[in-house]
Design a protein around this ligand. Structure first.
Ligand SMILES: NC(=O)c1ccc[n+]([C@@H]2O[C@H](COP(=O)([O-])OP(=O)(O)OC[C@H]3O[C@@H](n4cnc5c(N)ncnc54)[C@H](O)[C@@H]3O)[C@@H](O)[C@H]2O)c1
Length: 269
């Protein structure tokens, strides 16, 4: 067996139907591309249908399998019908990646109820009820795989991210519950916790010299991650390479959680 065959056997997503929410976003679109090129049959979902159609079309132009579906994860009444229709069309749902998420950076004391509800409804309630519907369709097949996108903010707080941080901490707890309750159905669940990733939305932070300096000092690698640097781990989680892994959260953060930039210490190097 050559290297290509070995890697294909280990990490291939061929034959897997993969639902990805937030697929029009900075991270979601890059995950869509990586998973599709690894052989996944991509069921791309987002509330922003125009950019989503473009992600799907670009992938089809590259010879990949991808289709766009408009989905608002907060529309809990519509979720059962939506998932039923997808299940009928595809026959089997193999992987669900909950990537849709929002943030609003303001002080704890400045949040109003509507902003709180919006963040929680998308980041937590939407994940809960969409996953519930998808898993009901995975159970008869005795197999399934959930990947949740949490955040470094689940454990390390920046100021102004209280509601977002709470929603992402809750995602790690949900991931563990999913792993514990659904192992008997052959379903596993894991999460990734990206650190500071450079996307269109976070570009403004990195363009701000004071904030960029603050962030660099907290990242051992002293730079933001790229969405493409999340892809390998997500392919691993979506594939059978991680078949004995469940309930875990993998930090992809350039050494942020590890401690960031070191202080001055004696060294010859
Ligand atoms: N960018 C970072 O540094 C970073 C770090 C850690 C975690 N994350 C997480 O990664 C995920 C993707 O973030 P991103 O940086 O790509 O953000 P993004 O804003 O570029 O993408 C988020 C996507 O979610 C979609 N969305 C919003 N509300 C929705 C809804 N109700 N239903 C369906 N889709 C909806 C948006 O249309 C958008 O396409 C989020 O869960 C975010 O919390 C991002």
């Amino acid at each position: 067996m050559n290297v290509g065959e070995y890697l294909q056997n280990t990490f291939s997503l061929e034959g897997k139907n993969i639902i990805l929410t937030g697929a029009a976003g900075g991270i979601g679109a890059e995950l869509a591309k990586g998973l599709a090129h690894a052989g996944g049959n991509m069921i791309l979902c987002d509330i922003a249908i125009d950019p989503l159609e473009k992600v799907a079309q670009d992938l089809r132009d590259e010879g990949c399998k991808a289709k766009a579906f408009r989905l608002d994860v907060t529309d809990t009444a519509a979720l059962p019908g939506f998932v039923d229709a997808i299940d009928q069309e595809y026959g089997k749902l193999d992987v669900l990646i909950n990537c849709a998420g929002v943030n609003k950076r303001i002080g704890f004391l400045d949040y109003d109820e509507a902003t709180y509800d919006r963040i929680m409804n998308i980041n937590l309630k939407g994940v809960f009820f969409l996953t519930q519907e998808v898993v009901k369709h995975m159970i008869p097949h005795k197999s399934g795989n959930i990947i949740n996108v949490s955040s470094h903010n689940a454990v390390g707080m920046l100021g102004g991210c209280s509601v977002y941080g709470a929603s992402k901490s809750a995602i790690t707890a949900l991931t563990r519950s999913m792993a514990v309750e659904w192992a008997k159905f052959g379903i596993r669940a894991n999460a990734i916790a990206p650190g500071h990733i450079l996307t269109q939305l976070t570009q403004v932070t990195w363009d701000n010299p004071e904030r960029a300096k603050y962030l660099r000092e907290r990242i051992a690698m002293q730079r933001p991650g790229l969405p493409s640097e999340l892809v390998g781990v997500v392919v691993m989680l979506a594939s059978d390479a991680s078949s004995y892994m469940s309930g875990m959260m993998i930090h992809i953060d350039g050494g942020c959680l590890a401690g960031g930039m070191p202080w001055n210490y004696d060294t010859n190097y």
